[in-house]
Design a protein around this ligand. Structure first.
Ligand SMILES: *[C@@H]1O[C@H](CO)[C@@H](O)[C@H](O)[C@H]1NC(C)=O
Ligand SMILES: *[C@@H]1O[C@H](CO)[C@@H](O)[C@H](O)[C@H]1NC(C)=O
Ligand SMILES: *[C@@H]1O[C@H](CO)[C@@H](O)[C@H](O)[C@H]1NC(C)=O
Ligand SMILES: *[C@@H]1O[C@H](CO)[C@@H](O)[C@H](O)[C@H]1NC(C)=O
Ligand SMILES: *[C@@H]1O[C@H](CO)[C@@H](O)[C@H](O)[C@H]1NC(C)=O
Ligand SMILES: *[C@@H]1O[C@H](CO)[C@@H](O)[C@H](O)[C@H]1NC(C)=O
Ligand SMILES: *[C@@H]1O[C@H](CO)[C@@H](O)[C@H](O)[C@H]1NC(C)=O
Ligand SMILES: *[C@@H]1O[C@H](CO)[C@@H](O)[C@H](O)[C@H]1NC(C)=O
Length: 273
């Protein structure tokens, strides 16, 4: 029952979007690119750069990029596909770029909903706080998943739930640590491996601030709903701040009458469900 209402709310918001201070990026292939994600210098928010590579949306990591398998603008979450294994070996191809390395100054981090398995590790990992015991979930995985058969012979593997300070921005793969990894979002470890679904690594973005401007002209496209003023928390930057009575809706990228545009549209009907 809630779903059609949500869809209606999104559609409504979509029609408002056409006249705002922010420019939404065009779809990448068949994938919608929601604000604030940016596939080019003329759209989205430049702190939220992603790549559109021949119709495939990709997430940049240091010296590498990963295919984005899903994007949810309402929860600000992206799921990327982990790197493939080298054929017949327990080594993921992104070992050459030290695994997934997010730039910690950008507004993306790895969420705590990922269960990560480090595979083919050296024995130094046994001193780590990760669960590298012989009954660790990663052993269940390598003994039961077809695509990681090569890892059965690599005896040390470790499992952990991402989200600690050391794993918010990186999944490090290297010779002196672990040579491969797999990640699953919202994994229920009581399920058999065949029901785990596709591997994925979930990344979240912080809601964007108002768009940067250099003069009022940059804010003009929303018809006077915002004014270009100095950012009080960073005087080197000016932003299109909504005029009095309107509020920045960071999900849609507009100045709206209510701070909670999305809730306001859907909740009066929800009450009567
Ligand atoms: C996009 O969708 C069309 C129609 O569903 C399909 O024919 C096409 O292969 C899709 N393109 C990509 C890049 O997925
Ligand atoms: C594990 O990693 C080492 C070091 O890179 C490599 O030599 C070995 O082949 C890997 N093991 C498997 C089973 O692929
Ligand atoms: C990326 O490449 C640069 C230049 O080759 C190198 O200095 C840097 O260490 C690499 N970073 C990672 C994470 O691989
Ligand atoms: C990280 O992002 C900041 C801000 O965009 C940029 O100045 C810096 O060069 C980036 N660092 C790396 C290692 O890419
Ligand atoms: C490691 O994980 C297994 C399986 O979930 C669990 O039974 C065990 O208690 C864990 N060991 C440690 C040291 O956390
Ligand atoms: C594991 O190692 C044994 C002995 O070296 C070998 O016979 C077997 O093929 C290896 N298994 C895999 C999956 O690589
Ligand atoms: C990501 O950043 C948000 C906002 O700072 C924070 O609430 C969240 O805990 C962070 N997640 C991780 C995995 O560090
Ligand atoms: C300005 O904001 C009002 C209130 O949300 C909205 O109705 C109007 O469409 C906005 N104007 C433009 C040009 O976006």
């Amino acid at each position: 029952m809630a779903l059609p209402l949500l869809a209606a709310a999104i559609l409504y918001a979509g029609t408002v979007v056409l006249s705002t201070a922010v420019t939404h990026c065009p779809p990448c292939g068949n994938t919608t690119v929601p604000y604030p994600l940016s596939t080019g210098s003329n759209c989205g928010d430049q702190d939220y750069k992603v790549q559109c590579d021949a119709g495939t949306l990709k997430f940049p990591s240091a010296n590498n990029s990963y295919v984005i398998s899903s994007v949810d603008p309402d929860t600000q979450k992206i799921v990327i596909e982990p790197a493939e294994f080298e054929p017949g070996r327990c080594i993921t191809e992104d070992i050459t770029s030290v695994g997934v390395q997010l730039n910690s100054t950008l507004p993306f981090n790895i969420t705590g909903d990922n269960t990560i398995m480090f595979l083919n590790c050296t024995d130094t990992l046994l001193q780590s706080p990760l669960n590298c015991s012989s009954n660790s979930l990663c052993h269940v995985y390598i003994n039961n998943a077809d695509d990681v058969a090569a890892c059965e012979n690599a005896s040390i593997c470790c499992t952990f739930r991402a989200g600690g300070s050391t794993t918010s921005y990186s999944i490090t793969v290297r010779q002196a640590g672990c040579q491969a990894y797999r990640s699953f979002v919202d994994l229920d470890p009581s399920l058999p491996v065949s029901k785990w679904g596709n591997p994925g690594l979930e990344i979240q973005w912080l809601l964007p601030q108002e768009p940067v401007c250099s003069s009022q002209a940059d804010c003009a496209s929303d018809g006077g709903n915002s004014t270009c003023r100095v950012d009080p928390s960073n005087s080197g930057v000016s932003r299109c701040y909504c005029i009095s009575g309107l509020f920045w809706d960071a999900i849609v990228g507009i100045c709206a009458r209510s701070k909670f545009l999305f809730v306001q549209i859907s909740s009066p009907k929800s009450v009567y469900q």
